[in-house]
Design a protein around this ligand. Structure first.
Ligand SMILES: [Zn+2]
Length: 202
């Protein structure tokens, strides 16, 4: 697994401080479990937070802030465990609910407000044009997703704030399964999208 899209600095800092809203924290934790780079960043922020609290000497702080070397072997099956805990089993066993042409979802329970769901998209299917109230984190688990901000493969996370309006499309060959957290309900644009939202409570 080669991860090229990461959590942004503000998200990493909030995650390390424990102040990220529940649904976003769940997706951030899943990405961090797969990504050695973000794990190292979180460790730096955690040490920085601890250092600020304990007011340790600056030179000691500097020594503690050196990121640890990334560990090899990221992306093996063992690192999918946080996802399996979230969905209560294997991804292959998920009971999907149809929400539109080539699209299925599975809402997941999560404390802390916002919305957390798995989305499965058939090859070439697009998630309706939408904007976000607050932040949105999308973690690709299978296949690939393409939007205006790039191509996302397994382990990649799209860390988008409310200023971004996008139309993600599943890879034309293999489709996509992803885990999406929204800080607030998603606002779809267009009549069909709004109808889907009304019918299915997206
Ligand atoms: Zn990362």
């Amino acid at each position: 697994m080669t991860i090229t899209h990461h959590l942004d600095d503000a998200t990493l800092m909030s995650f390390a401080a424990g102040s990220l809203p529940g649904t976003l924290a769940a997706v951030a934790a899943a990405h961090v479990s797969m990504c050695s780079r973000c794990r190292a960043e979180v460790a730096v922020h955690e040490r920085m937070g601890a250092a600020l609290l304990s007011e340790i000497a600056p030179q000691k702080l500097e020594a503690q802030l050196q990121p640890s070397a990334p560990s090899a072997g990221s992306g093996d099956v063992r690192q999918l465990q946080p996802i399996e805990r979230m969905i209560g089993g294997q991804l292959e066993g998920v009971r999907w609910r149809w929400i539109g042409p080539g699209l299925w979802h599975r809402p997941l329970a999560c404390t802390g407000g916002g919305a957390l769901q798995l989305i499965k998209a058939a090859p070439g299917a697009s998630v309706p044009d939408h904007t976000h109230g607050g932040s949105e984190l999308t973690l690709v688990l299978r296949g690939a997703l393409v939007d205006e901000t790039g191509t996302y493969k397994p382990g990649d996370v799209a860390d988008l704030d409310e200023s971004v309006q996008h139309t993600p499309v599943a890879d034309s060959g293999v489709g996509c399964i992803c885990l999406i957290a929204n800080e607030q309900p998603t606002q779809f644009r267009g009549a069909l999208a709004r109808l889907m939202q009304h019918w299915h409570g997206l």
